[in-house]
Design a protein around this ligand. Structure first.
Ligand code: ATP
Ligand code: MG
Length: 177
């Protein structure tokens, strides 16, 4: 993770998976800040929002001025670091899956640094995307497990001594956002 933050990792894709509240976004934004501080361009978006933005630009009437869909998509394909947060939450229309697939494949083939987060099992993601994330020649997957820092914070506010037990009860929060 530190190597990717420094920009000298021998892999391009980093996937942070884990329970809601396990710190995925926190870590991904930490990596993003390191890149921005070095003066590099870097994009961050929740995948769902990115695909919504793509769709809005794609559907714009011809002749509209401003950023085109192609311009924005090329930007995402080529930005030095892309952080795609909450993979798998997006509405899986064929169009959205195809655009995401194209973007991931473009960056995969060129080994462009990309951080993904998800609270799903990788098997639950679109198969072509999941396959690329798990290719050990290109990527690493880190499982942050079932810790929930939000729940811990609540427990410490309450002064609860049962932190470990709380985490075991996280089952019922699966998918809560
Ligand atoms: N290592 C840590 N130590 C203390 N607090 C942390 C740590 N990592 C994350 N947090 C805090 O815990 C909260 C949840 O973290 P974060 O939003 O990164 O979780 P997440 O895994 O992205 O959750 P979700 O799947 O719901 O998006 C945040 O307020 C964050 O600042
Ligand atoms: Mg998050």
């Amino acid at each position: 993770m530190k190597a990717l933050a420094r920009g000298d990792a021998d892999f391009a894709f980093l996937t942070l998976k884990g329970w809601t509240g396990s710190g995925k976004t926190h870590l991904a934004l930490g990596i993003l800040w390191d890149w921005l501080e070095r003066g590099s361009a870097a994009f961050y978006r929740q995948v769902e929002d990115m695909l919504e933005e793509f769709k809005a630009l794609f559907n714009r009437p011809p002749g509209d001025s401003g950023l085109s869909f192609e311009g924005m998509f090329r930007g995402w394909e080529n930005v030095p670091l892309a952080v795609l947060d909450d993979l798998g939450v997006e509405n899986p229309t064929d169009w959205a899956v195809a655009k995401l697939d194209t973007l991931v494949d473009f960056r995969y083939l060129r080994h462009l640094p990309t951080v993904f987060t998800t609270n799903l099992d990788l098997d639950a993601l679109p198969p072509r995307v999941a396959s690329r994330l798990q290719d050990v020649e290109v990527g690493r997957v880190i499982d942050l497990g079932r810790v929930d820092y939000r729940r811990r914070r609540r427990a410490s506010v309450r002064g609860s001594p049962q932190r470990g037990k709380d985490e075991d009860n996280d089952h019922d929060e699966k998918g809560v956002r």
